[in-house]
Design a protein around this ligand. Sequence first.
Ligand code: LAG
Ligand code: CA
Length: 526
Amino acid sequence: AYAQSQPPAKNVMVHLFEWKWTDIEAECAYLGEKGYNAIQVSPPNEHAVKASDGYPWWQRYQPVTYELDKSRSGNLDQFKSMVDTCWKKHGVKIYVDAIINHMAAGDGIGSAGTSYKGASDYTLYDKDSTTYKYSNLDFHNQCGINWDEDVPAREIRDCWVAGGGLPDLKTESDWVRTRIIEFLNSMINMGVAGFRIDAAKHMNPEDITYIAANLNDLRSDEGWFYPGSRPFIFQEVIFGYGQDSKPSDYDNTVKGSNLNVTEFRYGTAVGQKFRNDDSGTISDFIKYNFPVASGGWGMLDSAFSVVFTDNHDNQRGHGSGYWTSEDDNSIGGIVTHFYDGRIYNLANVFMLAWPYGTPKVMSSYNWPRDVRCSPSGCKDVNDGVGPPSDGSGNTKNVACFKDWVCEHRWTSIAGMVGFNNYVQDAWNIGNTWHNDRNQIAFSRVTPTGAAKGFVIINREGYDLNRSFQTGLPEGRYCDVARTDYTLGSTKCDGSVIDVDRSGFANIQLSPMSASAIHMGSLMTET
Ligand code: LAG
Ligand code: CA
């Protein structure tokens, strides 16, 4: 008899892009049940309001103050309540998207009513009769990054990003560092468990390691984290060929905790193989040893990498996204995103099954994509459109599968989160199979050779019927890629897979679908 095991660890994050705090708080029950470890939330501090641009999503990447009351996602009480409920009731952590490289461009009035003057006057906090400000002393001289040339790292890091518009903070100065540390600690003290460091590529790695080293431990009072827990930090460093500020400059360890890096090369590779552009098929992952624990395919070590099929930038042609040709439907770059439908679904199944990095699931909203092409390339003229709103920049409540795409609730993706948890310690692959084109299968195997999960992906326009060696113990398993399965349940309202006493299973897969079973979806013991 085999006892139904507990998952060894939780590792999957979801980015609830532009969701309001109240909606996230409500969603945490679902996320906890499915086994999600953490949520990346949109920047919570006061930001620019760009009414004349139609309240674009990117206004939140222009910080005005470090006050958390109020951003487009809600006010301070709602933020605190979300952090509290998600962790204490549902075991889901909050990671904050932290914009610390720069401040808002130009002059204006922020989302909480604070006025600012670009690069010369920002009132960060006004607390306990002490006012903390950034003045012109706190910014680098204005210069834009000229990507057309061999750009030295210093220029990438000290010049102003976003076309030279965003005032670049002197993150090397004590004053600036202290303000940033206070800002991040204010959130740690509320129970926040980690940070995405936006535009990390545009800061010196030593500035980030200094800030990281001076952050508080996570909260450890009753009901919070183990004493001595460090924040999970992942730095946004977009890999660019030949560029001087690169991911391997940032994979540091501070106080025993790895500072992770966004591994954009992963999403590019997964997009290329799954989309079947000119760059191969998904069999290549098996044939050419897609990275497992240590790097390969140019990527960092698994222990330093945050991986994703797409993110809020490259799904709409921002950030690393780039345009190819008019007949390329991969608008926003060669990554795959929800517009690709089943291809995207399968790419996420692969990401959540393969033992590399800390996976991040993207959860998007719909927008009226409108791509216009010219000889110099293509652009979505609606790439700035913000979240579903009332027309005055007030975000609507989430309605999944309508204006909000909710990829994290797609059956296969949600089911694969549990798979990923249950196979955490099985960080090798085994029982590999491929058809030299777009069908693959593999087991997740522990260092001592025990299989804990098995997955098959059929990204072809025809069926796949075959007997597979799964490596798993005999029993009846719920297929978590095709069924909305509740972990630990003895019921499977969908497709089951029987593994025989020698570990074989007959599997029938229709076109563009996947199957996955794991020790946590074993429903019967024999
Ligand atoms: C990033 N990486 O280092 C993100 O990948 C990138 O998407 C962020 O820019 C950037 N950091 C700053 O946080 C986003 C938009 C930009 C937008 C910027 C500031 O992608 O398009 O720039 O946020 O809101 C906007 C306008 C620009 C303008 C600039 C300054 O789109 O045309 O020059 O504001 O006014
Ligand atoms: Ca900088």
